[in-house]
Design a binder for this molecule. Structure first.
Ligand code: PLP
Length: 441
């Protein structure tokens, strides 16, 4: 079949806009009549720099990214960021406390030579007693991220502030009220705060999306020790709705769902978490403190990537170009509406799909609670998960060239991923099939 005939609802890698793919195929062979393809040019060439600058500018426009944020293009995927946030933000936690300890101890009569030793001793105690990484575990990906944190620094430092499976009889699919979360209290709340609070904005496998920014994660005060540093994984809903970037310390996402092809990861990082405001703690100190995973690999070090304008090592320029093209097209398509224009379309397509499922509750069961349904990944069962019926459903879909509807292997069932590049027309074809299947046509 041709591209136009196939409607693909895979969860990632996911469809790209056809004009981008076609232009990409040409650029892969001969970019801008240069005689070389995009996979062949240097990442330090003027052409590559232009692609990088334009991608940054368009992303800034789309998400209205303030000046005090750095856009980083990285590799190692969303999973790489699970580790990166730990390496980077625990280092920030150590450095902030090191500075405070140094300032306090320098005020005493301690001899200069002693200061370093006293700082070390105080930090060692603080790590032991106060280091906490808060995770909201609302689905398979935040679970994985929390497990990576535990693998790196040790489980005793990871505070699962929300464990949905535990709260919900062993299943994901809801987001319990914020009052039930057990975030590490900030100074204002009588505690010492955590290194960061992590959540996954859209859980791809479980079809659960935060409907808005959690209230209890709002800034807690002026004091840098008192605020919550919020990290969000937006791998599967990036550029699908308006986001107030100011509320986050780090936003990250792999490109392969809404933005481009696999191989590029975007991280948006608040600049005060980078040098010079917060320098990386001395390696020798980290070695002595012996916190697992610190210091981390240099290719995951935000400060290094920022300092080198994302060109510390070879960046895949073809992949960057694809992402840049998708962003440029969104800017052109929606103008001053920016990402809100895309949000309207995403909401509309999701509503069409959910509406028809709700119309036939005897046939379709949407897995997550209505209050947390993802606009990007529609997870559902057919006839209560009846194996024969579900096979029949998939076979019928396949006949109409509606593809990629099988759920994630870990949860089974069905999943229709409704990313930005899924055309309205394809969503409508799915809706028609859902209707026909339910009415036996
Ligand atoms: N986070 C989310 C929400 C995802 O959906 C995925 C992959 O599907 C990942 C992280 C992991 O991404 P990667 O495979 O790029 O490491």
């Amino acid at each position: 079949p041709t591209r136009q005939e196939v409607s693909y609802f895979g969860a990632g890698p996911a469809p790209l806009p056809t004009p981008v793919v076609e232009a990409g195929a040409r650029a892969f062979v001969n970019y801008n009549d240069s005689g070389l393809g995009l996979g062949e040019i240097s990442h330090r060439s003027p052409a590559a720099n232009k692609i990088l600058d334009e991608a940054k500018a368009n992303l800034t426009t789309l998400l209205d990214i303030p000046d005090n944020y750095e856009i980083l293009f990285m590799q190692a995927g969303g999973s790489g960021e699970f580790s990166a946030v730990v390496h980077n933000l625990v280092a920030v936690w150590v450095e902030r406390r090191r500075r405070r300890a140094e300032a306090d101890i320098s005020k005493t009569n301690a001899e200069k030579a002693q200061v370093d030793e006293l700082v070390f001793q105080r930090l060692q105690k603080e790590v032991e007693e106060e280091l906490k990484l808060d995770y909201l575990v609302t689905g398979s990906w935040s679970l994985k991220a929390s497990q990576e944190a535990a693998r790196l620094v040790g489980a005793k430092y990871v505070n699962v502030a929300l464990d949905v499976k535990k709260a919900n009889g062993g299943k994901f699919g809801t987001i319990p009220a914020e009052e039930t979360w057990s975030l590490t209290p900030t100074k204002k709340e009588g505690g010492k705060g955590s290194a960061f609070v992590y959540f996954c904005d859209n859980e791809t496998v479980d079809g659960v999306e935060f409907q808005s920014f959690p209230k209890s994660l709002e800034a807690q005060g002026q004091d840098a020790e008192d605020e919550r540093l919020v990290v969000a994984d937006m791998s599967s809903n990036f550029l699908s709705r308006k986001v107030d970037v100011r509320k986050y310390a780090v936003i990250f996402g792999g490109a392969q769902k809404n933005i481009g092809v696999t191989g590029i990861t975007i991280a948006i990082v608040r600049k005060d978490l980078l040098p010079p405001q917060t320098a990386t703690p001395p390696a020798a100190l980290l070695h002595r403190l012996n916190i697992g995973g610190l210091p981390g690999p240099v290719v995951l070090d935000y400060a290094t990537i920022a300092k080198n304008n994302s060109l510390y090592n070879t960046l895949p320029i073809f992949n960057l170009w694809i992402a840049g093209q998708v962003m440029a097209d969104l800017v052109t398509a929606f103008g001053t509406q920016r990402v809100s224009g895309q949000e309207e379309i995403a909401d509309h397509k999701a509503k069409l799909i959910y509406d028809v499922m709700d119309k036939y509750p005897q046939v379709y069961h949407v897995v997550p609670d209505k209050s947390v349904r993802s606009r990007m990944n529609v997870c559902f069962r057919v006839h209560g998960g009846d194996e024969v019926k579900e096979k029949e459903f998939l076979a019928g879909a396949e006949k109409r060239l509606l593809q990629g509807l099988k759920g994630h292997r870990s949860v089974g069932g069905m999943r229709a991923s409704n990313y930005n590049a899924v055309p309205l027309e394809n969503a409508q074809k799915l809706v028609k099939y859902l209707e026909d299947f339910a009415t036996g046509q």
